[in-house]
Design a protein around this ligand. Structure first.
Ligand SMILES: C[S@@+](CC[C@H](N)C(=O)[O-])C[C@H]1O[C@@H](n2cnc3c(N)ncnc32)[C@H](O)[C@@H]1O
Length: 187
């Protein structure tokens, strides 16, 4: 009897391990995965948000929000409503804990999930830090949801097929390029 219980326990652990590994694999290699978590350096965050000319009435969406630094700065420094969309649950928890510790829950929040399944229409400012090929995959959603006048600020990688209204170079350890687009003036 004891041997049977041990076998059942081993089998359950093996099944659990396999399902966790399968979910991590699926997340990493999902066709919706737009890239790994590499945070934008603080001086670049500062310039991205300054170039967006954010007002308190703005709604800032950081697509792939990582540890939440852009969402937090948009809410804290500019008083805007800020929403992060992030697919990695641990990063969502980390960002939410920081938002809570700073008392920003009224203005800042994180949506856990893929940017491909989120309604982006409330956004008046969108920030991105994805590779050019990922931006290309995301572009149809930006074109579907974003209203004229919405500013789209991309760190380091352009959005192919769109014309930036401003391009700025920033040094922060290495050279960064910030691309600023405005819906209605991007074609
Ligand atoms: C380069 S990091 C940028 C993080 C943050 N925006 C910043 O600038 O510090 C890209 C983030 O996008 C997330 N990501 C990748 N694919 C995604 C998707 N389909 N939906 C939501 N987040 C995604 C990654 O987990 C990662 O945290």
């Amino acid at each position: 009897m004891a041997r049977r219980t041990n076998t059942m326990r081993t089998l359950s652990i093996a099944l659990l391990t396999a399902s966790v590994a399968a979910s991590a694999f699926a997340q990493k290699f999902s066709p919706e995965n737009l890239g790994p978590s590499i945070p934008t350096p603080e001086p670049v965050v500062e310039r991205m948000l300054a170039l967006a000319h954010i007002k308190t009435a703005d709604v800032v969406y950081d697509l792939g929000s990582g540890d939440g630094r852009i969402v937090i700065e948009a809410a804290q420094k500019y008083g805007a409503r800020a929403v992060g969309v992030e697919v990695v649950p641990d990063l969502c928890r980390k960002a939410e804990a920081r938002i809570k510790s700073l008392g920003l829950e009224e203005r800042a929040s994180i949506v856990e999930g893929s940017v491909f399944h989120v309604d982006l229409s409330p956004a008046t400012v969108v920030t991105l830090y994805f590779m050019t090929t990922s931006n290309e995959r995301l572009r149809p959603n930006l074109e579907k949801y974003l209203k004229p006048g919405t500013r789209v600020i991309s760190n380091q990688f352009p959005i192919k097929g769109w014309k930036p209204v401003t391009v700025e170079h920033v040094k922060a350890g290495m050279d960064y390029t910030i691309y600023v687009y405005e819906i209605g003036r991007e074609k």
